[in-house]
Design a protein around this ligand. Structure first.
Ligand SMILES: [Zn+2]
Length: 121
C-alpha cells in the first residue's frame, strides 16, 4: 500500500458516506490515474438490474477523457469494508485496464492485487 492507495480508500469512503444514502446507492468506487487524477462513481440498484459502482466509475472516467486508470477501490456504505469487484467487473476492468491495481481486503488491513490476479484461471 502506497500513501496514494490509502488516499484513494479515503476518497471512496468519503463518496460512500456522502452519496450512498439510499437503497439505490450502496457502494462507492474511486479510481486513480498514474498522474493522480481521481474519478469516482456509485452503484445504481434497481429491480431490473442496475449497475456496479466500478462500471459507473469507468464510465465517468471515459466521459472525462480518462483512459488510463492505475488503481481502483470500492467501499460499502455505512462504514462497511472494502468490496472486491464482482466477476463481470473483474473481466471488464482486466480487459480495459490490464495493468490495473485493485485494493482489497479489510479496511483496517487492505492490500493491493493485480486485476489479473482476481480472474478465474
Ligand atoms: Zn460488478
Amino acid at each position: 500500500m502506497r500513501d496514494t492507495d490509502r488516499a484513494l480508500v479515503q476518497a471512496a469512503s468519503a463518496v460512500a458516506k456522502l452519496r450512498c444514502r439510499s437503497a439505490a446507492h450502496t457502494l462507492a468506487t474511486a479510481a486513480r490515474t498514474a498522474e493522480g487524477r481521481v474519478v469516482s462513481g456509485v452503484n445504481v440498484v434497481h429491480d431490473s438490474g442496475g449497475a456496479c459502482a466500478e462500471v459507473i466509475a469507468v464510465g465517468t472516467a471515459a466521459t472525462q477523457g480518462v483512459h488510463d486508470l492505475e488503481t481502483i477501490v470500492t467501499v460499502g456504505d455505512r462504514g462497511r469494508s472494502l468490496v472486491t469487484p464482482c466477476g463481470p467487473c473483474r473481466r471488464l476492468l482486466a480487459e480495459l485496464f490490464p495493468e490495473l491495481r485493485v485494493i482489497v481486503g479489510p479496511v483496517d488491513d487492505p492490500r493491493v492485487v493485480p486485476v489479473t490476479g482476481l480472474l478465474e484461471p
